[in-house]
Design a protein around this ligand. Structure first.
Ligand SMILES: Cc1cc2nc3c(=O)[nH]c(=O)nc-3n(C[C@H](O)[C@H](O)[C@H](O)COP(=O)(O)OP(=O)(O)OC[C@H]3O[C@@H](n4cnc5c(N)ncnc54)[C@H](O)[C@@H]3O)c2cc1C
Length: 490
C-alpha cells in the first residue's frame, strides 16, 4: 500500500454507502451536486502528496514506504514543527475552509493509538491493541476518516441514558454476537462522513455515570457498513466560481449518523463498557493539543483570507487610508499575531508525553484555540461592518457577461477597480459573511471542538488559584506608608 491519489480516494467513495440528502438516497456521493465539489477538493489534497514540490512537507518515508505525515508520531520537537508545516500546505491549498481535511483525523487517531498505556486499563487491553492495529492499517491505506464524538441533542438536562426516555436516542450496546457487539442509536454530528472512508465513534458526548456502561463503546467502521445511515443537512453549495468562489468549492457536509442494529466487528472495538476511559480519553491522549496544531495552522490561513478580503474592500471604497478601517484591519492583524504566538509557544514548549509522542504544550495551545475562534468571528464582523450594503448590492456573473456588461463596468466601479473586479471581491465577501455557507463556517469555528462557554470556564477552573490568593493578600496588606520603613528591605 502507498499514498492515496485523488482518483483512488474518489473511487473508494463509490461503495454503496447509505447517505440521505433532502429525502432521497444518494447513489454516488462523488457525483451529487451537493457533495461532489468538496469531494474533488479533498481529492486535490491527496494529489498534492504526490507533487514533488510538496511531497516532503506532507509525507514521510519509512521502511521504503511513504506515509502521510499526520499519521506519524512526532518523535522530536523538529518532527512536530515539520508536521505543522505539512498542515500549512493543505490549509493553504484549501484556503483554510476544510476543517476536516484528512490530516485532522489522522492526527487524532495517531494520538489515540499511541496511548496504549491509557487504553489498556482494566479489561480493555485487547481493545487497546485493536486501536494500535487499526491506526497502522489506516496509515498504510492513507484513509480519510470522519468522527463523531457528539451525542444526541434530545434533552440537555438529562443524562446520556435518559435521552429520549421511552424512545432512547443515544448510541448504545444492545446485544453481543460472536462477530461483535450490536449497537443502536444516533450521534448528532459527523462532518465529512459522506465523503470519508471510515467513521470513528468515540466517547458518549458527555461524561457517563455509573450504570451507563451500555453507552460505553468506541470503534471505527467503514461508512458503507450495513446498519449505518447518514442523514445530511441541507447542502450549502452554490454554483459558480465567480458568484460563489468559496461556497462552490468547500461545503464540507455535516450529518447525523444513525446506527440500526449495526454489528461492530470485535477487532474494530477500541473501548468497551469502560466509563472511566470514555470520560477521560481526550485529556489523557492530549487530543486538543495534537489536533489543535492543525486547527491553529488552518485558522491562520482562513483568518488571513478574511483580512485580505477586508483590505480589498476598503481599497475599493477608497477608505484604505482612513483611521477606522485601518484600526479594524490592525485588530485582525493583532489577532493573527496572537494565534501564531500561541502556536509557536505550544511548539517551543512541546514535551515528550508518556505515549512517546512529542506534544504541543497544553496551556498555550488551549489558549490559542479559544482566542483564535474569537479572532475569526471578530474578523468576520469587521468584514460585514466595512462592506455594508456592498455585500449584497452586487451583480451576478450573468449580469457581468450579459448585455449590461458595459453599464455594470461603469456604474459598479470602485475607487481603484472596475465594476467587474470590484464585484468579484464583494462576491467573496458575501460567501464569507452572508451565505448559509459563511454562517456555517462561523458556527463551525465556534463549536466544533465543543462548547466554548465550557472551555473558558475550564480555563478558570484549572488556573492556579494559590497564586491569586498570595497576590491578593499582598495588595490588601497595603504598601509602606511615608513614615514606615520599606517592608523586606534592610
Ligand atoms: C458545523 C459543526 C460541525 C461539527 N462537526 C462535528 C464533528 O464532525 N464531530 C463531532 O463529534 N462533533 C461535531 N460538532 C459538534 C460539536 O461537538 C458540538 O456542536 C458542541 O459540542 C456543542 O454541542 P451542541 O451543538 O449540542 O450545543 P449545546 O451543547 O446545545 O450548546 C448550545 C448552548 O447551550 C449552552 N449549554 C449547553 N448545555 C448547557 C448546560 N448544561 N447548562 C447551561 N448551558 C448549557 C451552551 O453553553 C451553548 O451556549 C460540530 C459542530 C458544528 C457547529
Amino acid at each position: 500500500m502507498s499514498l492515496t491519489t485523488g482518483a483512488e480516494y474518489l473511487q473508494r467513495l463509490q461503495d454503496g454507502r447509505r447517505v440521505w440528502l433532502e429525502g432521497e438516497t444518494v447513489a454516488d456521493v462523488t457525483a451529487h451536486e451537493g457533495l461532489r465539489a468538496s469531494a474533488r477538493e479533498i481529492a486535490a489534497l491527496y494529489d498534492l502528496q504526490h507533487d514533488p514540490l510538496h511531497r516532503d512537507a506532507l509525507t514521510v518515508e519509512q521502511h521504503g514506504e511513504r506515509h502521510g505525515r499526520a499519521y506519524m508520531k512526532p518523535g522530536s520537537a523538529g518532527q512536530l514543527v515539520a508536521r505543522r508545516e505539512g498542515f500549512e500546505v493543505w490549509a493553504r491549498a484549501s484556503l483554510g475552509m476544510l476543517g476536516r481535511s484528512p490530516d485532522y483525523m489522522a492526527t487524532c487517531l495517531t494520538a489515540f493509538a499511541a496511548n496504549q498505556t491509557f487504553f489498556s486499563a482494566r479489561e480493555n487491553k485487547g481493545f487497546a491493541e485493536n486501536l494500535a492495529r487499526y491506526h497502522e492499517d489506516a496509515r498504510r491505506r492513507d484513509l480519510c476518516l470522519s468522527h463523531t464524538f457528539a451525542g444526541p441533542r434530545t434533552d440537555k438536562s438529562k443524562t446520556v441514558s435518559g435521552q429520549g426516555a421511552g424512545l432512547a436516542t443515544a448510541l448504545r450496546i444492545v446485544g453481543e454476537t460472536d462477530s461483535g457487539p450490536v449497537v443502536r442509536g444516533m450521534r448528532s454530528l459527523a462532518t465529512l462522513a459522506p465523503l470519508s472512508d471510515e467513521l470513528l465513534v468515540f466517547g458518549a458526548g458527555r461524561p457517563l455515570q455509573a450504570g451507563e456502561e451500555d453507552h460505553s463503546i468506541s470503534f471505527a467502521i467503514p461508512v458503507h457498513t450495513p446498519g449505518l445511515q447518514l442523514i445530511c443537512r441541507e447542502p450549502f453549495t452554490r454554483q459558480g466560481r465567480v458568484d460563489h468562489p468559496l461556497a462552490s468549492r468547500f461545503d464540507e457536509m455535516d450529518c447525523v449518523a444513525v446506527f440500526e442494529d449495526l454489528v461492530v466487528p470485535w477487532e474494530r472495538v477500541f473501548v468497551y463498557r469502560d466509563i472511566e476511559l470514555d470520560r477521560n480519553f481526550k485529556v489523557a491522549t492530549h487530543f486538543n493539543e495534537h489536533v489543535g496544531q492543525q486547527v491553529l495552522a488552518r485558522r491562520v490561513v482562513k483568518t488571513e483570507l478574511v483580512l485580505a478580503t477586508v483590505s480589498a474592500v476598503v481599497e475599493s471604497t477608497g477608505l484604505s487610508k482612513a483611521d477606522e478601517p485601518r484600526r479594524r484591519l490592525g485588530e485582525i492583524v493583532t489577532g493573527l499575531d496572537l494565534t501564531r504566538a500561541c502556536l509557536r509557544a505550544a511548539e517551543a514548549d512541546a514535551f515528550p508525553a508518556d505515549s512517546g509522542m512529542w506534544t504541543p504544550a497544553t496551556q498555550p495551545m488551549l489558549a490559542g484555540l479559544r482566542v483564535s475562534k474569537d479572532v475569526y468571528a471578530a474578523a468576520i464582523g469587521t468584514l460585514r461592518d466595512l462592506s455594508a450594503s456592498g455585500l449584497f448590492m452586487t451583480p451576478t456573473s450573468a449580469d457581468l457577461e450579459g448585455p449590461l456588461a458595459e453599464v455594470i463596468s461603469q456604474y459598479y466601479r470602485g475607487a481603484t477597480a472596475d465594476g467587474k473586479e470590484r464585484t468579484r471581491v464583494y462576491r467573496l465577501a458575501w460567501d464569507l459573511v452572508g451565505e448559509a455557507f459563511g454562517s456555517r463556517q462561523l458556527l463551525f469555528e465556534k463549536y466544533f471542538l465543543g462548547d466554548p462557554a465550557r472551555s473558558y470556564a475550564a480555563a478558570w477552573d484549572r488556573y492556579d488559584k494559590g497564586r491569586l490568593g498570595a497576590l491578593l493578600e499582598d495588595a490588601l496588606a497595603g504598601g509602606p506608608t511615608a513614615d514606615e520603613p520599606t517592608r523586606g528591605r534592610s
